[in-house]
Design a protein around this ligand. Structure first.
Ligand code: PLP
Length: 489
C-alpha cells in the first residue's frame, strides 16, 4: 500500500534533529536507527511516504549513498517498503510482538523495563474483589441488549458522586461513560472541532492529544510554560491571535511536566474562557495521583453555574486503577453530553458492561485503594529522584507534587539518541520530542516511577549503561554548549 501522507526532506531533517552522535557506527546505520525510533514512537506515522533519497540527502547535507544505505537497512528491518515509481513509505515489521507495540515503545526484549507508559499495574486484591462482585451482577444486565450510549446508570451515579465529593456538584445526567480518557477526548474533539480549526495546547503536552487533534485535521496551537506556572499572558495572546475552537489543558499534575495549576490560575483560565467564549477541555486523567499537598479541586468548579461557556472535563480509571479497563468519562452540561453521545453513536455505541461493573466496584473502594497505592507511588517517586541524582548528577528535574513521572532536563539535546540507546539496553522510554511539536524537547526525557523500586534500580542501571554508550559514542552530554535556544520549548 502506498503512503497516505508524506514528509518532506526538511521536515524529516527537523524531526531527526541531532541524529549524528560521532558514533563509531556508520552514518547510514545511525540514520536508519533514528528513523526507526520516529516510526516506533509515532512521530512518523506508519504509511508516511519518506522523501526521495536525493531530497533527504540535500536536507541533511550528506551523500545520497548514505541515505540509500539507511533506507536499505530500514527495508531489511521491515520499517520501510518501496515500490518503483511510488517511493518509500514507513511500515512496521511483521516480527512477533512488534505489531502490539505501543506507538511509544521501541522494540525490546521480553525482559525489557517498560517505562514508555506512565501507568501502574492493577491493584491485585482490589481487582480480584471487584471482578468477583461484577461477575455476580452481570446476570441482571445480561437480560437487556447491553448497549448503552451514555453508560451504566449506576457507574454514572458513582462518577458523579466522586466529582461532588471533590467539590464539584454533579448529577449523573452530566456524565457519559467512555472507553478511557483518550476515547473521551476523541469524542469531544469530533463533536466540537472541524478541519482547519485550532486547538490551544500546553507545550509539552500529552502526545495522544496532539495525535487526536491532528486526526480531526485541526491544528494545535502550542503555549509553553514559564517557570513553575502556566504562562497566562501568552495563553491569552494565543487565544486572541489564533481564536482557537478549544483549549485543551491538563491542570492537575500535567503530563509530562507534573505541574499543578494554582487556584488563582484556574480562576483566570476560566475567566479567559468565559470572556472569549472559548470552550475548555480539561483533562483530569491524573488528578487522583496526589502525592504532596492538598488534592486539587476540579477546575470546572470555578465556573459559575449560570455561565454559558462550555467547560468539558474528561477523566478515567486508567491511572487510579488500571489502564487495562478502558473506562473513562466526560462531564459536561446535559445538552453537551447529549451532543457528544450522538457523535458516539456512529463510533463505538457502548462501553463494555462488565468493565463498567468492575470499575464501579473499584470506585466504591477508592479510599482504601488510594490509601495503599499513593504511599508506594510517593516512595517510588522519591526513590527514582534519588537514583537519578546519584547516577546522573548533570540531569535536572523538579519533583512533582503528583502524577506518575519526572520530566527531566538532560542538559543536552540527546533525548531521542538516549531512548534509542536505552531500547538496546532493554529499557523502553518515550523521548522528549514525543510530547511536543516540530521536534521540540530533545533536551527532555519523561521518566515514570511506575515500576516497583527494585525494578527501578535495575532500569536505572541499564539506563546508565545506555547513557555511557551514548557518551562513549561522542553524543553531547551535560557540559557541552547549551543548545536549548534551538528548541521551540
Ligand atoms: C493526560 C492524559 N490524558 C489521557 C490519557 C489516556 O488515558 P486512558 O488510558 O484513560 O485513555 C492519559 C494516559 O496516559 C493521560 O496521561
Amino acid at each position: 500500500m502506498d503512503g497516505d501522507r508524506h514528509v518532506t526532506g526538511r521536515t524529516l531533517a527537523k524531526h531527526l534533529g541531532q541524529w549524528r552522535t560521532a558514533n563509531s557506527r556508520a552514518a547510514y546505520a545511525e540514520l536508519a536507527e533514528r528513523v526507526k525510533l520516529l516510526v516506533l514512537d509515532g512521530r512518523l506515522p506508519v504509511r508516511t511516504r519518506l522523501p526521495a533519497e536525493r531530497e533527504l540527502a540535500a536536507a541533511l547535507q550528506i551523500s545520497r549513498t548514505t541515505v540509500a544505505a539507511g533506507y536499505d537497512l530500514l527495508r531489511e528491518a521491515g520499517f520501510l517498503q518501496s515500490k518503483r515509481g511510488s517511493g518509500s513509505w514507513t511500515t512496521l515489521p511483521d516480527a512477533p510482538g512488534v505489531r502490539q507495540l505501543t506507538p511509544f515503545a521501541p522494540a525490546g526484549d521480553s525482559a525489557a523495563f517498560d517505562l514508555a507508559y506512565a501507568a501502574l499495574a492493577a491493584p491485585p486484591d482490589a481487582l480480584a474483589g471487584a471482578m468477583a462482585a461484577a461477575t455476580e451482577q452481570v446476570a441482571c444486565h445480561a437480560t437487556g441488549s447491553g448497549y448503552q450510549l451514555l453508560g451504566l446508570d449506576s457507574l454514572r451515579e458513582t462518577v458523579a458522586r466522586r466529582f461532588t465529593d471533590r467539590g464539584l456538584p454533579t448529577t449523573p445526567d452530566q456524565i457519559l461513560i467512555t472507553c478511557g480518557a483518550q476515547h473521551a477526548m476523541a469524542l469531544v474533539l469530533s463533536a466540537l472541532v472541524s478541519p482547519g480549526d485550532r486547538v490551544l495546547v500546553e507545550h509539552p503536552t500529552y502526545p495522544n492529544a496532539l495525535d487526536a487533534i491532528a486526526r480531526e485535521h485541526a491544528r494545535a496551537v502550542p503555549v509553553g510554560f514559564t517557570g513553575p506556572d502556566w504562562d497566562l499572558d501568552t495563553i491569552a495572546a494565543a487565544v486572541r491571535d489564533a481564536c482557537p475552537r478549544l483549549m485543551y489543558l491538563i491542570p492537575d499534575y500535567q503530563n509530562p511536566t507534573g505541574r499543578c495549576m494554582s487556584q488563582e490560575q484556574r480562576a483566570e483560565i476560566v475567566e479567559l474562557a468565559r470572556r472569549t467564549r472559548t470552550p475548555l477541555l480539561i483533562d483530569e486523567t491524573v488528578s487522583e495521583i496526589v502525592l504532596d499537598g492538598p488534592a486539587p479541586t476540579p477546575l470546572a468548579g470555578q465556573l459559575a453555574e449560570s455561565s454559558t461557556s462550555p467547560l468539558i472535563t474528561i477523566g478515567s480509571a486508567s491511572k487510579t486503577f488500571w489502564g487495562g479497563f478502558r473506562i473513562g468519562w466526560v462531564r459536561a452540561r446535559r445538552p453537551m453530553i447529549e451532543r457528544i453521545a450522538r457523535a458516539r453513536a456512529s463510533m463505538d455505541i457502548s462501553t463494555s458492561v462488565i468493565d463498567q461493573l468492575v470499575c464501579q466496584h473499584l470506585m466504591a473502594d477508592l479510599g482504601p485503594v488510594l490509601a495503599r497505592r499513593l504511599p508506594a507511588v510517593r516512595s517510588a517517586r522519591d526513590h527514582l529522584f534519588a537514583l537519578m541524582a546519584q547516577r546522573f548528577p548533570g540531569w535536572r528535574t523538579v519533583v512533582p507534587p503528583g502524577g506518575l513521572s519526572l520530566w527531566v532536563d538532560l542538559g543536552a539535546p540527546v533525548s531521542s539518541a538516549l531512548v534509542s540507546s536505552a531500547s538496546r539496553h532493554g529499557v523502553m522510554l518515550a523521548a522528549g520530542p514525543r510530547f511536543g511539536l516540530d521536534g521540540a524537547f530533545e533536551r527532555y526525557l519523561r521518566l515514570p516511577y511506575t515500576l516497583p523500586e527494585a525494578k527501578l534500580d535495575q532500569a536505572m542501571e541499564r539506563l546508565a549503561a545506555a547513557w555511557l554508550a551514548l557518551s562513549d559514542a561522542g553524543a553531547p552530554t551535560p557540559g557541552w554548549p547549551d543548545l536549548a535556544a534551538a528548541e521551540v520549548a
